[in-house]
Design a protein around this ligand. Structure first.
Ligand code: UGA
Length: 432
């Protein structure tokens, strides 16, 4: 089938390239000419496992094309996926300006039977608003919802092996088009959830806010464990083995970040209020995650049993999680800012994220290796769960440091190993 993606951000690029791999002819459109030029030269604007291989494989065939700006070439598209950004406005609501603009642009260039599929994360009832907008402007295109559940770092694998495909349509025709697009995944046994547009939009918010809720929940338990000498890792295992609960998203840490959870929760919170729905749990999750970095600083101060003024601290990990170069809403960044406010001197290391620090800090000293970052340090903080940190030579690390202290905010290090190497350590939600 002939498919077009509007917006070559994370979701658009991964979904477009993956659907090309599943046999469709895909065109990826972006207003940013330099981004398109790079893609035409097989350069990816994002770091994502496996994506480069597929770009090289399909990028010089007719199956995958990149185009800057809207043009008549969209006319033969059978479905157009809108994958532009929905950034957060100051009051928490999602900015739908880019979606509205993209939908009107594609409606003007395509046949009325071209299905307009909203893949960007949008608040419930956006599809209804788009239908009204199209009608008002004299277009008869059908709108559908098809949220995406891919995670950065494993996005391609998530797209090709999803737990479910969710589609929201008003007509059997729209449903058939989307079913045909996803047939290769349905043939491999993937469940299809076909529903109305508003429920489909809400499913995306439901999934992200529930997962964020699990993370906030286990982080609160971690605090409780520290107070009473219990162990959150075993607690997670003990409750997660109950199939009704499930073991994923129960790793305690510095709080959830990234471009999705924080933004989507605020958007859902804002939306709920506009329809007079009291969503008390959401309020608590937002509050718990917001105060997380501050609590982490208190834990660090207690562990060091001193002021942090003048202390040299090496931060291992800047990205909001391992497997990505993305620093958006990363807890590590807020922790660094709070540590600096306390007078600490920071040197950071991250295997992928250091190239993006200029957008977030006027000045952040980074080092080329963890060992260099730790030179003369009083403390090492593991802020991201990169596997590289678990494989460090801790004897060598200790030799670089002024005092051998480690705070592991992700509970990934082997406590016995670092204790044997002579480190004093603090783990989240564990007995000290
Ligand atoms: C999330 C969802 O998992 C995807 O399904 C969704 O498609 C995506 O948002 C989106 O809306 O686009 P992502 O932001 O890539 O994906 O990251 P996650 O792997 O979900 O992690 C989110 C945050 O929670 C990270 O900061 C991570 O470190 C934290 N987390 C996760 C924990 O602290 N503990 C856990 O046990 C799991």
């Amino acid at each position: 089938m002939k498919l077009t993606f509007i917006g070559t951000g994370y979701v658009g690029l991964v979904s477009g390239i993956a659907l090309c791999h599943l046999g469709h002819n895909v065109k990826c459109v972006d207003l940013d000419q330099s981004k398109i030029n790079k893609l035409k030269n097989f350069e990816l604007p994002i770091f994502e496992e496996g994506l480069e291989g597929y770009l090289n494989l399909y990028g010089n065939t007719e199956r995958l094309e990149f185009e800057a700006g809207y043009s008549d070439s969209l006319a033969d598209s059978e479905a157009i996926f809108i994958t532009v950004g929905t950034p957060e406005l100051p009051d928490g609501q999602a900015n739908l300006e880019y979606i509205f603009d993209a939908v009107l642009q594609v409606a003007a260039l395509t046949r009325p039977d071209c299905l307009i599929v909203i893949k960007s994360t949008v608040p419930p009832q956006t599809g209804q608003k788009l239908k009204e907008l199209l009608k008002k402007n004299g277009y008869t295109h059908e709108v559908a919802s098809n949220p995406e559940f891919l995670r950065e770092g494993t996005a391609l694998m998530d797209f090709l092996n999803p737990d479910r495909v969710v589609i929201g349509c008003d007509s059997q025709r729209g449903k058939s088009i989307l079913q045909k697009i996803y047939q290769p995944l349905l043939d491999q046994g993937t469940e299809l959830v076909a529903t109305d547009i508003t429920t489909s939009e809400l499913i995306k918010y439901g999934a992200n806010s529930f997962l964020a809720c699990k993370v906030a929940f286990i982080n609160e338990f971690a605090d409780l464990c520290e107070l009473i000498g219990a162990d959150v890792t075993t607690l997670s295992r003990g409750i997660g083995l109950d199939k009704r609960i499930g073991s994923s998203f129960l790793n305690a840490g510095p709080g959830f970040g990234g471009s999705c959870f924080p933004k989507d929760i605020l958007a859902l919170q804002h939306f709920s209020k506009t329809v007079q729905s009291d969503f008390f749990i959401l309020d608590a999750v937002v509050k718990a995650n917001k105060q997380r970095a501050g609590r982490i600083i208190e834990k660090i101060k207690n562990f060091m049993a001193s002021s942090l003024q003048g202390k040299k601290i090496a931060i291992f990990g800047l990205t909001y999680k391992a497997g990505t170069d993305d620093l958006r809403s990363s807890p590590a960044l807020e922790i660094i800012n709070l540590l600096k406010q306390q007078g600490a001197e920071i040197v950071a290391y991250d295997p992928q994220g250091m190239k993006n620090t200029a957008q977030y800090f006027d000045e952040l000293v980074c080092a080329g290796t963890p060992y260099l970052a730790a030179q003369g340090a009083d403390l090492v903080i593991i802020a991201t769960e990169w596997s590289e940190f678990t494989e460090l030579d801790f004897d060598l690390l200790k030799k670089q440091m002024n005092s051998s202290n480690i705070v592991d905010l992700r509970n990934v290090l082997d406590k016995q190993k670092i204790t044997q190497a002579g480190f004093k350590s603090f783990f989240i939600g564990q007995k000290t």
